[in-house]
Design a protein around this ligand. Structure first.
Ligand code: ADP
Ligand code: MG
Length: 498
């Protein structure tokens, strides 16, 4: 049987975070009443002309600079012609031959632990375009009857909402460089983090601000040519992206192994069944009859403008990752996790600034593990955390100087979370959580435990190492968890040996 290699290229639509549309002054805010944010241009009324939104272009420039691509000095808008009810002009304004961003790369960290590796994915291009409107089936009946918005229920109607028509998008196209669903997810996550980081897209996947199409093919390992690809449309969660690719890969391998050929096609993923199914074959593919839009001049971007945008770019996640690895000694995995968002990176940096760079690893663990888990459990964003970076830094310092053990630290964290103290020190003091490091005091506890647990002592002497752990547990219990675990271990060994 053949060994198969998976090949994946991803096209992403990122909705640009502008206040108004790409070719009109209508607002882009999400969730407004249908058709209240569509002006004459979006409705394609006769005689209107598009006017390019400078902010949308600036977003594209930011992106191009952030991925080290070429920002084209001259690019051209083209009409992509097709008929659909949510497309009033009968064409979408996009870019074809001359896109605004060419090339560039994105560096991924895939996997973690021993299996972690770095991978560079090349980008083909990124171009500006407008979004279409939206058809809403059964809309009147479901949503607006109660509000008397329409006169009666009519679930057999389909409504057209043109609020989204003309919303600016950046379509980002990767080279077919990914070789597994894990790499595809790492790519999508890294790109998602990047567009939010540089402030060009809010990244809200539920609202459709960031959606991916995955092009998938398989080929026998060692074969140079690519296999025929199928494109899975509109994946709006990382989990769906992975599930859809895994299913599709297995489906393609089965087809080929059973002697059939893969036909180029566009497919949809059904999250309920976990399967992909055919939407249209290559034969039904549209001929879009692209041509340059005569209503819009070629887009000229001056070197000056590019330089100005470059100046305003923040430190990028990739640069920050390298800094965290090189200066703070963090693993690539930790550095990647901490730079998943600007908020998280800033929180971590503030914690380290106060707790000291020598404690960076400890800070990283607390931010990535304990704090993240707690936020997740309580459904809170980092910005809403009752435990501030200053709180956490204070806590980390007390672990580092042995005032408290890691276990007790969890109690202190909990207290800080519930506002039971202004600082870690205050909580430790008030709740008497200070670690017992006085060896005389620990020795007393050890003696008591040895006397009271003769059976465990005998077992240990008979060679049962487990009995030793039980004794440690007893001493810690007697100390209410506050004895220094290392000292307890040492003293117990000493006394048992004696
Ligand atoms: P189209 O013009 O039909 O959109 P492109 O050549 O622009 O096709 O490719 C679209 C996407 O498909 C790109 O992300 C590209 O990397 C990817 N792709 C192209 N060929 C393959 C293949 N054989 N297997 C997997 N992905 C592919
Ligand atoms: Mg394409």
């Amino acid at each position: 049987m053949n060994q198969w290699e998976v090949v994946i290229g991803i096209e992403t639509h990122a909705q640009l975070a502008t206040v108004s549309k790409i070719f009109s002054g209508a607002a882009t805010a999400f969730g407004a009443q249908p058709n209240t944010q569509a002006c004459a241009v979006d409705l394609a009324l006769p005689g209107v002309l598009p006017v390019l939104n400078r902010k949308a272009v600036e977003c594209a420039i930011r992106f191009g600079l952030a991925i080290d691509a070429e920002v084209a000095k001259r690019s051209v808008f083209a009409r992509k012609n097709y008929f659909y009810p949510d497309l009033p002009k009968g064409y979408q304004i996009s870019q074809m031959d001359l896109p605004v961003v060419v090339g560039g790369t994105i560096t991924l960290q895939v996997g973690h632990g021993d299996k972690a590796y770095e991978k560079v994915v090349r980008l083909t291009r990124a171009h500006l375009e407008e979004d279409a409107g939206k058809s809403i089936h059964g809309y009147f009946a479901e949503k607006y009857v109660e509000d008397d918005y329409v006169e009666g229920p009519s679930s057999d109607h389909t409504g057209i909402d043109l609020n989204r028509a003309g919303t600016p998008l950046l379509e980002i196209v990767s080279e077919p460089d990914m070789r597994s669903s894990d790499e595809a997810v790492a790519y999508a996550k890294t790109l998602h983090a990047l567009v939010r980081w540089i402030g060009i897209c809010d990244g809200n996947m539920q609202e459709g601000s960031f959606r991916c199409d995955a092009n998938v093919s398989v080929r026998p390992k060692g074969q140079a040519e690519f296999g025929t690809r199928r494109e899975i449309k509109n994946l709006n969660s990382f989990r769906f992206l992975k599930e859809a690719i895994d299913y599709e890969v297995q489906w393609q391998i089965n087809e080929i192994e059973e002697g059939r050929n893969i036909q180029q096609a566009t497919v949809l993923f059904d999250p309920d069944s976990g399967e992909t199914r055919m939407m249209r074959s290559k034969e039904d593919a549209h001929d879009y009859r692209y041509f340059p839009d005569p209503d819009l001049l070629p887009l000229a971007i001056s070197a000056d403008w590019i330089a100005r945008v470059k100046n305003e770019l923040p430190e990028l996640p990739q640069q920050m990752r390298e800094r965290f690895s090189n200066d703070l000694g963090l693993s690539a995995y930790d550095a990647t996790t901490l730079t998943a968002s600007q908020e998280m990176a800033q929180y971590f940096e503030s914690t380290v600034a106060l707790a000291g760079a020598v404690n960076a690893k400890l800070c990283a663990n607390w931010v990535m593990v304990d704090l993240a888990a707690r936020l997740n459990k309580e459904g809170k964003e980092l910005g809403e955390s009752p435990v501030s970076a200053a709180h956490l830094a204070g806590l980390v310092q007390r672990i580092a100087d042995n005032t408290i053990s890691n276990n007790i630290a969890k109690k202190v964290f909990d207290a800080l979370w519930h506002g039971e103290g202004a600082t870690a020190d205050e909580v430790i003091e008030r709740q008497g959580l200070k670690q017992i490091t006085d060896s005389g005091a620990i020795a007393v506890l050890v003696d008591e435990v040895l006397t009271a647990n003769a059976a465990s002592v005998a077992e240990f002497r008979a060679g049962k190492e487990k009995a030793f752990n039980a004794l440690v547990g007893q001493v810690m219990k007697a100390a209410k968890g506050k004895a220094n675990p290392q000292q307890v271990n040492d003293l117990l060994r000493q006394k048992l040996a004696g």
